[in-house]
Ligand binder design. Structure first.
Ligand code: GDP
Length: 191
């Protein structure tokens, strides 16, 4: 997709604050610092739209972005950040669950994992959760540029053994994998 316009729409915590469900939505999920903002920004070809970890203000909210007046990207708060207080962690689950369970506009969930790491317990929990919800989702393994070609191939086969054959390698640095991720997004919003 040629992104001609992408704008931050609004932040929300509860369903009453979501924008009207008038466009298909692609939701991004991952552990804090996994590279979620970088993935969103690089898919859109825009540097500062989703805030990277240096600016944590928006990170505990559900952020909606509108693209070409055609679809929305939904940046869900990162999970598993050790320094987040218990109270924040307790708010996280109903916030995410509420969105994933009930949002009619949700067309695709993108679960982002670190290409360098073994499947992480929290990622596995999230994966099982998504599978149980019968939502359409895909797994993207980011920071692939930090691995050599042979390391990446061996990591990918380990990740695919767990998350299924569809795991896509990605690099926000080089944009390698962007076309493949967009293909999955297009297929989901056309479905
Ligand atoms: P978030 O907390 O999941 O939104 O993570 P960020 O997008 O803020 O990324 C966390 C850190 O990882 C930042 O320093 C990014 O520059 C870096 N990063 C994210 N994606 C990539 C990638 O694909 N390649 C490399 N080399 N670094 C990345």
């Amino acid at each position: 997709m040629k992104v001609v316009a992408a704008t931050f729409l609004k932040s929300a915590t509860a369903a009453a604050e979501y924008p009207p469900p008038t466009l298909p939505e692609v939701a991004f999920l991952g552990r804090s610092n996994v590279g979620k903002s970088s993935l969103i920004n690089s898919l859109l070809g825009m540097r500062g739209l989703a805030r990277t970890s240096q600016t944590p203000g928006r990170t505990q909210l559900i952020n909606f972005f509108e693209i070409n007046r055609e679809l929305r990207f939904v940046d869900l708060p990162g999970y598993g950040y050790a320094r987040v207080p218990q109270a924040v962690r307790e708010r996280w689950r109903p916030m995410i669950e509420g969105y994933l369970n009930r949002r009619s506009a949700l067309a695709l969930c993108v679960l982002i994992v670190d290409a360098r790491l073994e499947p992480q317990p929290l990622d596995l929990t999230m994966y099982e959760w998504l599978a149980a919800m019968s939502r359409r989702f895909c797994v993207v393994a980011t920071k692939a540029d930090k691995l050599s070609r042979s390391q990446l191939l061996s990591r990918l086969s380990a990740l695919r053994a767990v998350y299924g054959p569809g795991v896509l390698p990605y690099s926000a640095l080089t944009r390698a994998g962007a076309e493949q991720v967009w293909e999955v997004i297009h297929a989901a919003i056309a479905a």
